[in-house]
Design a protein around this ligand. Structure first.
Ligand SMILES: CC(C)(COP(=O)(O)OP(=O)(O)OC[C@H]1O[C@@H](n2cnc3c(N)ncnc32)[C@H](O)[C@@H]1OP(=O)(O)O)[C@@H](O)C(=O)NCCC(=O)NCCS
Length: 129
């Protein structure tokens, strides 16, 4: 893990509450953050957010290890990102997603994102804060 990472360490089993997740260890990264879910020392989920400028932030690299999916970890990672952006008075969060990544699309819709543009296989989604 490089120094630029912001860590939320999950020391217990996945399925912990968002509040417990948010209480995880954190380190600051100017202009962005990487959230990493760990169980013991194994990475089981990641999500990165970067400052695009003008109050806009971009999400990238949302991933949960297959064995740990459907347990709320993706939602917790996205919630941690939204908290991070809200704390910094961000106005909008955007991301690009493959239109066939239906699990991701469902997750982002549930988190309040909506499609603002589609081109080829990719859709751009946005959530205004
Ligand atoms: C997308 C991904 C991160 C979701 O992670 P996850 O931990 O399984 O998601 P969660 O358990 O937090 O699910 C939260 C919500 O997302 C939606 N969702 C997640 N997986 C879903 C699926 N397979 N089918 C339908 N809805 C799904 C549901 O609304 C779910 O809420 P519910 O459990 O109350 O029904 C995971 O499937 C993944 O890593 N996929 C491959 C990488 C990828 O596509 N990343 C996105 C790049 S833009």
């Amino acid at each position: 893990m490089d120094d630029a990472a912001e860590l939320c360490r999950l020391n217990s089993a996945p399925g912990m509450t968002q509040a417990e997740f948010a209480e995880g260890l954190k380190g600051e990264l100017a202009g962005g953050a990487r959230f990493v879910a760990l169980t013991r020392d194994t990475v089981i989920g990641t999500a990165t957010v970067t400052l695009l400028g003008g109050g806009r932030w971009g999400i990238d690299g949302v991933w949960v290890k297959p064995l740990y999916r459907h347990q709320g970890l993706g939602r917790s990672l996205c919630a941690a990102i939204l908290d991070h952006v809200k704390t910094r008075k961000g106005e909008a969060v955007t991301l690009s997603v493959n239109r066939r990544a239906w699990a991701a699309l469902a997750l982002y819709r549930e988190m309040g994102f909506h499609v603002v543009e589609s081109s080829g296989d990719e859709s751009t989604m946005e959530k205004r804060l």
